[in-house]
Structure formats: structure tokens, C-alpha cells
Design a protein around this ligand. Sequence first.
Ligand code: ADP
Ligand code: MG
Length: 330
Amino acid sequence: MPLLTVKNLRTQFSTDRGLVRAVDGVSFLLEEGEVMGLVGESGSGKSITAMSIMRLIKEPPGKITADEITFDGVDLLSLSPAQLRSYRARHISMIFQDPMRSLNPVLTVGRQLTETLRRHLGMSAHSARRRAVELLEMVGIPRAEKRLDEFPHQFSGGMRQRVMIAIALSCNPRLLIADEATTALDVTIQAQIIDLVRRLRAELGTAVIWISHDLGLVAGLCDKVSVMYAGRIVESGPVREVFYRPAHGYTLGLMNCTPRIDAVGQRLRPIDGMPPNLAEPITLCPFLPRCERALDICHEAKPHLQSVGSRHVASCHADLTNYWRKDKIV
Ligand code: ADP
Ligand code: MG
């Protein structure tokens, strides 16, 4: 049984522009201990997908529907708001780009950590404090004992993000959802946090959904990846499959505007055009207006997700295999 099953998730917002279909039929499975990347340009629906799973969307104006959202066999759609909150604290943790938004500025870091431990795991003050020190040490914060008594603003950006991760991991969640968690940090600190997530996955077996617009980062960290565009998953599969043999014009476009470590003097090409207006119905491929490889059939029939390799699916009529061959030979 997968750890997380999401089937046909849809999230819409009523706005004065009409109904915005922010997430439009997203499905995926996540196995225990698996690390999945969710990539796509800004506005493609990555954050709303994550927040909808945790029902962190205000309803109304939002409206979330799904055929199934189950976590470890439990139907998350049937939980009451209170049950869901306790689930969020105990089993599924989220970290965001801006740790200041999630940390309380007037409480010491130690207080925030120990309160989580006492409330959700029923620890005594003494053992919570001891565990808090361990957690800060685990995420690589030096002089942990002393730093427990400091406030969030006394920590640097990178250290604050580590504190967030320590809090997120304090109750040994089975799933960690990180939404652009390292985007605001400089490259060195980003690398340290990625290392940390890799280690935690190895040591604790935590499953991770890593949301990022940085393909390189996802390629280095994740087992599999789903590519989102206009609120849908347009391609997904094992990281090596998707990045070596992209099967959707959009994935190829994203890769062409990502710098490669091994390519000196490589030309980066941004994808021309804009994503579609989500307040208008999309009947064909949502990427069609921007696609350089569109065929006649793309103007006639909507492509559906279909198998293009081992556990690799894409919704694209174009045959990109020529592109792979050229890319390999050059
Ligand atoms: P990403 O995280 O991939 O950058 P989001 O999931 O934040 O994208 O947003 C997906 C789409 O949903 C965007 O087009 C955004 O404008 C729209 N959206 C998000 N929140 C609202 C809202 N409260 N009302 C209307 N549209 C929204
Ligand atoms: Mg986002």
C-alpha cells in the first residue's frame, strides 16, 4: 500500500474573473520513504496541490474535491478539521520558503520545539528539552543547548530554515512536504540543507515531497518527479527517465532553460509565451500555444497521460525521441 494516494485532486477558486482551476485533476502515489519532486513554473499549481492535500486552503473562496486522498490507509477527506490538524502535527509536516512565517517571533526556539513535543508526544518538560537539543544537533546547529534559549531573529536565514526542519521533524513525521524550502537561501546553505534531507531520509525513512522550480536540485535529491503545468501533471516518472528522456514539450522547454553543470557555453532558452489563463476552460493541451513541436493532432485532440517508458508517463502527442538521440550524440 502506498503511503500517500492522491486521485483526481481539483482545487478551484471563485474570483471576480470567474472560476480559477488552480489544480485540475492531479493524481500521484508516494511510497514509504520515497522522495518525489514537484516541478513547474511559478503559478503551475505546486503549492496549491500541497496545501489542498493538507486542506490548508480557505473554503470558500477555494473548493477542494478529489476521488481519493489516503495517507497510510486513512481517508484524509473524511477527517474533521481537528483530526486533520493533529495529523498534520504528527504524521505530515510542511516547511515553506519563509521560515519567519512559520516561527513565532516572540517565543524562543527551544520553547517552540518543546511545546510541539509536549503537546503531540506527551513528553515531560525535561525530556522535551533533551530531545530539542538532539533535534537541533541533528540539523547541524552548533552549540544547540545554548541556542535553544534564543529567539528566531537571532538566527541567520540558513539556521532558521534548519530550525524549521527540526520542528517539522520533531514528531518523526512519515511525510515531509517542503515547498521551495531552500529557494531563498544561498547555494552553499542550500547544498547543506539538501544533504540534511538526504541523511534524514536515509536515517529515519521519511518520505518527502520536494516542491521546487529548480530542476537541478530535484534531479540530485529525488527518486521520481512530476512536472506540473496549468494545474495538471503533464509528465512524471523516475528522475533519470524524465530528465534523460523527456516526453513532454513542456519538460523539454523547462530543461532548455536550466543551466547544466557539465555544459560550458551552453545557450539557455527561456520558454516563449505565458501560461494559460486558468479562469478559462482548456480543452486541448494547455501547453499548445507555447509549444514548438506541436503537430496537427495537437489542434484536434487533447492528449492524455500515457506510458512512455518504465513507470514514465506523459500527456504529449509529439514524439520527442529524435531529440534524445541528437542530445546523446552531440
Ligand atoms: P506554484 O506554487 O506552482 O507557483 P500556486 O499553486 O501557488 O502555483 O498557484 C496556482 C494557481 O492558482 C496560480 O495561477 C494562482 O494565481 C492561483 N491561485 C492561488 N491562490 C488563489 C486564490 N486564493 N484565488 C485565486 N487564484 C488563486
Ligand atoms: Mg508555490
